[in-house]
Ligand binder design. Sequence first.
Ligand code: IPE
Ligand code: IPE
Ligand code: MG
Length: 227
Amino acid sequence: MNIPQHIAIIMDGNGRWAKQQGKPRNYGHLAGTENVRNIAIKADELGVKVLTLYAFSTENWKRPDDEVGYLMSLPAVFFRKFMKELMEKGVRIATIGNLDAVPEATRKVIEDAKRQTAENKGLTLVFAMNYGGRADIVQAANKAIAQGKTVLTEQDIEENLYTAGYPQIDLMIRTSLDYRLSNFLLWQLSYAELYFTDCYWPDFNEDRLTEAVEWFSNRERRFGGLK
Ligand code: IPE
Ligand code: IPE
Ligand code: MG
């Protein structure tokens, strides 16, 4: 099987999953957070090098305060519960997005997890936290300008994106059957294979990931050329 080196996932549908069983939205967010552990470990087993997960977008601040607050408390829940196992598996934690605008306590938990896992050599698990694709391109351009560039090339942008240094994204998965990018990795997805599934994120299990990777494996990628 042709394994994607870098998979990005829009983990959508936590709210609908909860509603389906008559539970509050935050119940879905907790289930979704726990599912991250399963999918990260399975991705590592499959031989994926980098897994980038959309955890919170620059648009998600529009949600009610109590939901935003709950989402910001989840990194602490996740690392408290799974850090030991992530260390055993050699998972390295990273982030993309603007962490400066994230509440101090949340930022600290995330920075601690990054520090603690910095030397790990297994899967790189990247959380897109307060991430927006447009903001990413703008900050990359501004960094290049700060380096003294006046006319920017694609390479100048590429090298300054939050994702600089990671392999190209081969496969993008969105759960819950909305066919849009919602401002995720706009630059980086230019040649990714796009996979949409009706499954809500908390139900997207290891077998579903394997199915997506098998589907990817059968794509013919031409990158504009001919086969
Ligand atoms: C995805 O689930 C999680 C985040 C956006 C943080 P949603 O909360 O968007 O769930 P739905 O789309 O309302 O079902
Ligand atoms: C995208 O999902 C953001 C995350 C999964 C973190 P949304 O639920 O916010 O996207 P829209 O609002 O349906 O486009
Ligand atoms: Mg949603």
